[in-house]
Ligand binder design. Structure first.
Ligand SMILES: *[C@@H]1O[C@H](CO)[C@@H](O)[C@H](O)[C@H]1NC(C)=O
Ligand SMILES: *[C@@H]1O[C@H](CO)[C@@H](O)[C@H](O)[C@H]1NC(C)=O
Ligand SMILES: *[C@@H]1O[C@H](CO)[C@@H](O)[C@H](O)[C@H]1NC(C)=O
Ligand SMILES: *[C@@H]1O[C@H](CO)[C@@H](O)[C@H](O)[C@H]1NC(C)=O
Length: 594
């Protein structure tokens, strides 16, 4: 409490101060009840990896007095929140790009399940102030964790050579479980306008992992905000849409959207969970949300340890999904769950765009081990991040393999191009899609941008037309692998992998142990190989057999190389327990344009 007292009556009370703190600190600025502010958020490290620097522009309007908030990213994606009298009238509108125009979804701010939604519901009912209910756009420097650190001259960037007062918040742990030091420095000019937030650690805005992030603020304007600024576009539904098993929206997405929204606030306390929090970029807006997530984390951890203790089969890992509830996981990572998928029964084979694979190698000639990992046919493990775009990753990997067959070269191609542009074929950007529909789109447009020309963003954006570097096709078709008179479905897929290379398949991934898979041959007797259970797109990169005779598929996921066996999973090749790996295998047959 000493430091809280220090900050609330800062001038001159030197005898109360912890020794490390400088004397004569000015009062921490409290942000106005109504303001507008803009900032550029940069991730300097990314510039060392790719030629396009990662930089986002945010504009935000905070009207605490009237319970309204709005922010836009790069002038495109917009979120508007309005508090109502009743919890049910407190709504969040998300306006997002759909090919060349904007679309909108409406969510109940306190709707959905999981700790974020629960804590939000509680805040809406009992929250002390609109500021707490809405969340903050600028961090609350009057909180005791922020310590005054003197006046300094800013170095590089937009505010170079400006004099600034600085406040520092340190989160440090160097005992026991992995060492971490997060340091946040907030700079304010002499008139109290925000200048910069330097984040060495978890990104407080986006929840990104430990790195250096810099937010440079500008255009801070205090005063009444025009009502029009909070007008909701007429194409936004008035009420949240009901959850529909075959629809675009999962009820729970509201809460998850909030997990990703601007919440420069965080809570810490449980040493073990905090290591996870810092490694994986989580932040919590209230102590209740923190506690809820901590519990989910501890429960999942126990399940993982318990399974690893008793099972001789695959091992599980306390990985980056460990503080999500199953419902949240499905809403975000498996948006295709329950949707009707194109199948052999309802896709027309027309020999130009859609074909059936013709095996060329007899069963007794099939090798017992085929592994395309690490070859140019099998592109590196990618990361779909928090976007339901597995369908685009699976499809692009298949096209990359086809490109290799044609040219003998590896070329990484763009998932973002499909995410942004393939809506008319029936896909829904970060909210899910299917490989056959993505391939229909490819057959229509006969081109795909390179990854370099159209890099991954992890959010749905407008469809870019002026692509500088792309592959163009004279012919593009999808080829389905099916059982024949002499090959079972599994054998047909093995033959196709041997003769054609990696290809996209789908899998029933809702099992918790899939989410936490670490190593070994995955043998989940409860997952279903049936077509209607398939809810996640992946790539099959080979097959093999362990020394003790367990037959498996080698499958590449797109949840980063931190998941599973360096991003891959080996799944039982037993047709009853293969989770559908052999059920819907598709590769591409292409002819490149000159
Ligand atoms: C705090 O101020 C000192 C002295 O100016 C400086 O060396 C240090 O880098 C500052 N700390 C942070 C985290 O900005
Ligand atoms: C492509 O178009 C977008 C807007 O549609 C524009 O912002 C961008 O600068 C253009 N890029 C090139 C290389 O012309
Ligand atoms: C796929 O294989 C199954 C099982 O052999 C067969 O019933 C079905 O007719 C085949 N489909 C096509 C399109 O050949
Ligand atoms: C997978 O589980 C089933 C059912 O428990 C068992 O019969 C089978 O032997 C297991 N397979 C492997 C490879 O462990």
């Amino acid at each position: 409490m000493i430091s809280a007292l220090f900050l609330s009556c800062a001038w001159g009370l030197n005898f109360e101060l912890p020794v490390s703190v400088r004397t004569r600190s000015p009062a921490a600025p409290a942000w106005a009840a109504q303001y507008k502010v803009s900032w550029d958020l940069a991730v300097p490290y990314v510039s060392t990896l790719q030629s396009t620097p990662l930089k986002y522009r945010y504009d935000a309007w905070q009207d605490t007095e009237n319970g309204r908030q709005k922010f836009t990213r790069d002038g495109v994606e917009t979120t508007i929140e309005k508090l109502g009298q009743e919890r049910e009238d407190s709504l969040q509108y998300q306006i997002y790009p759909r090919v060349d125009k904007l679309d909108c979804r409406t969510d109940d701010i306190g709707g959905g399940a999981g700790p974020t939604a629960q804590a939000q519901r509680r805040l809406l009912q009992t929250g002390p102030s609109n500021a707490a209910k809405l969340g903050l756009i600028l961090p609350d420097l009057t909180e005791s964790r922020w310590l005054y650190n003197g006046s300094t001259l800013l170095q590089e960037g937009r505010h170079a050579n400006k004099r600034a007062e600085s406040w520092v918040w340190r989160v440090t742990n160097d005992e026991g479980y992995g060492e971490y030091h997060n340091t946040y420095t907030f700079y304010v000019d002499k008139d109290g306008a925000p200048l910069r937030l330097n984040m060495w650690g978890v990104n407080l805005y986006t929840g990104g992992h430990f790195d250096l992030y810099v937010a440079d603020y500008y255009d801070y304007k205090v005063g009444k905000i025009d009502d029009q600024e909070f007008d909701v576009p007429s194409f936004c539904p008035e009420k949240p849409e009901p959850d529909s098993s075959n629809g675009r929206f999962h009820k729970n997405m509201g809460g998850l959207a909030r997990m990703r929204s601007l919440l420069p606030n965080a809570h810490y306390g449980d040493e073990e969970y905090d290591v996870f929090v810092l490694r994986h970029g989580r932040r919590h807006r209230s102590a209740e949300e923190y506690e809820g997530r901590r519990q989910v984390f501890q429960e999942n951890k126990l399940k993982v340890l318990e399974w690893n203790g008793r099972s001789d089969a695959h091992k599980l890992d306390i990985n980056h999904f460990a503080d999500w509830t199953q419902e949240e996981f499905e809403a975000l990572m498996l948006p295709n769950k329950g949707r009707e998928r194109p199948s052999l029964g309802n896709i027309p084979f027309d020999n130009a765009r859609v074909k059936l694979h013709k095996p060329t190698v007899a069963k007794h000639m099939l090798p017992s081990y085929v592994d395309w990992r690490g070859t140019p046919a099998d592109s590196p493990v990618k990361d779909q991040a928090a976007c339901g775009s597995c369908w685009a990753f699976g499809s692009v990997a298949s096209v990359e393999a086809a490109y290799f067959r044609e040219t003998g070269k590896q070329l990484l191609l763009s998932e973002q191009h499909m995410i942004d542009c393939a809506w008319d074929a029936g896909n829904t950007g970060c909210m899910g899609g299917f490989q056959p529909l993505a391939f229909n789109w490819m057959a229509d447009v006969l081109q795909l941008a390179t990854e370099e020309a159209y890099p991954y963003e992890g959010v749905t954006n407008f469809c870019k037309k002026n692509i500088t570097d792309k592959v163009t096709f004279k012919k593009f078709s999808q080829v389905w692998v099916n059982a024949t008179d002499s090959l079972t479905q599994e054998e047909a897929v093995m033959e196709a992998i041997y003769t054609k290379g990696p290809m996209t398949v789908s899998v029933n991934a809702e099992g918790e142990d899939w989410r936490f898979y670490k190593s070994g041959v995955y043998n989940n007797t409860r997952c279903s190989p049936k077509l209607k259970a398939l809810d996640h797109a992946v790539v099959v990169s080979g097959y093999g057999e362990t020394a003790d005779g367990q037959k498996y598929w080698i499958v590449k996921n797109t949840w980063s190389a931190n998941w599973g066996e360096k991003g891959y999973i080996r799944i039982s090749r037993d047709p009853a327990y293969d989770c559908g790996i052999a059920t819907q295998a598709i590769y591409n047959d292409i002819e490149l344009a000159d």
